[in-house]
Design a protein around this ligand. Sequence first.
Ligand SMILES: [Zn+2]
Length: 538
Amino acid sequence: MTLQADLLLTNARVRTMTGPGHSDLASSVAILSGRVVALEDVPARRVVDLGGAVVTPGFHDAHNHMAWYGLSLGEVDLRLPSLEAVYAAVADRARSTPPGEWIVGAGYDENKLGAHPTRDELDRVAPGRSVWLRHTSGHMCVVSSAVLAELGLADAAVEVPGGVVVVDAAGRPTGLLQEQAQQLLSRLVLPYPVTTLVDAIERAGRVYLSQGITSVVEAGVGGGWIGKSPVEVAAYQLARDTGRLPVRVELMVAADVLHPLGAHDEDGIVLGLDLGIRSGLGDDRLRIGPVKIFSDGSLIGHTCAMTEDFADTPGERGYLQGDADALRTLVLDAHRSGWRVAAHAIGDAAIDLVLDAYAEAQRRWPRPDVRHRIEHFGVSRPDQVARAAELGVVPVPQGRFVGEIGDGMLRALGPDRSGWAYRGRSLLDAGIVLPGSSDRPVVDGAPLRGMHDLVNRRTDSGAPCGPAEAISGLEALAAYTTGSAYASHVEGDRGTIAPGMLADLAVLSDDPATVEPGEIASIAVLATYLGGEQVWQA
Ligand SMILES: [Zn+2]
């Protein structure tokens, strides 16, 4: 009996991402029942001549915020050049928003504006309104006096562990809430209804398909300042059931929702989700991933925990998001309870804490090939790169940070540490598998944009940012395919184009591995296939 495929994509330049250095090429892909069955021309019910276009594995964003991004598509876009422009955009939205409804904006960066917006100016442009503007990092926000009044913070701040209600010289809150202080807002804005979240998830997913993305990791659901609802998994499940989950999703669970379960002592399950649900449950469309633990804050917001002062704010080195010993214990308990851990750590002091905890966890309760992660791995000393490699830890840095917020990072780090930011080359040289990710909506999440910055290492203003950390176009493509698959333990199904693999494919106008480095971001996504189905076409 001869093989008959469902679909044959032919006359293509197929980057299979297999072979030595991921360098193998083919000219056809045959697909049967959602999987690749051959890399040659075989009989097929349908044949598509790609006219020489490039085919790669579907892109896989190892760290993004899907619902947050989908929600932000309906909010005021604050990626603006000046405070005047921010206030004008708020005033504009206030005019078109019914009284009593909130005015929500996202994406401002005080490094570009010169300062954070203030409650007084928000009150001036939108008198009496509830205004909530989120920083591009997501690690802080500014609210108007109406919101502060509802929180009981109109005239004086309160102490918040792991966060700050920022005040002026007279002790009056300015409207700026940092890190865990954002949680004070939770009782006013959360939870979002599941239907709102499903809308957001679908909106985000449709954008992802248009950019060649077929898999994402959602970096925190269910709780903490990052969660949108305590039943956030239900939103993803409903989206899936109703055909509104456009891409494959792995959900990180916010550590705040893990709790003691009352399991038998012998099980060693000291904390988790009800019923003992943990990392790995689900299928290739929707799966529970690691537990997300925040150890510190943001580099450009100067809230990440550093061992030395920030270059542009002497005397400041950020802070941890909790007591160091409590964070360590949380990592240990999650590890021994069977969770894969994804710890957010940006400053080198936070990275030390997490690496120490991972090392101790493996020493006391060894688990083979566990692949704990460090989200961002923002400012890493050379000794930390070597230690992460030795421990088998997967750092998850974001290439696009270099372009979009690189100027702020360079100012915060100064010349001596600028080479430590969001590394690429030295991670690969240490033998680490590098995933590709964006942290969308913190920055633009288009994978080809991320690859561009991994290769070119220039800020959007043109300044070199750790140029020694540049990687090749092929290595950047590997990050967004095989690297991210490895980080999610799905390299047996995704990340390469080979018989047996899921037929998740991006069809491109040019080859990121061979095009002029300055042109990678300009490559067009012509079509996207998920499980052998064409789910998007230019
Ligand atoms: Zn994130």
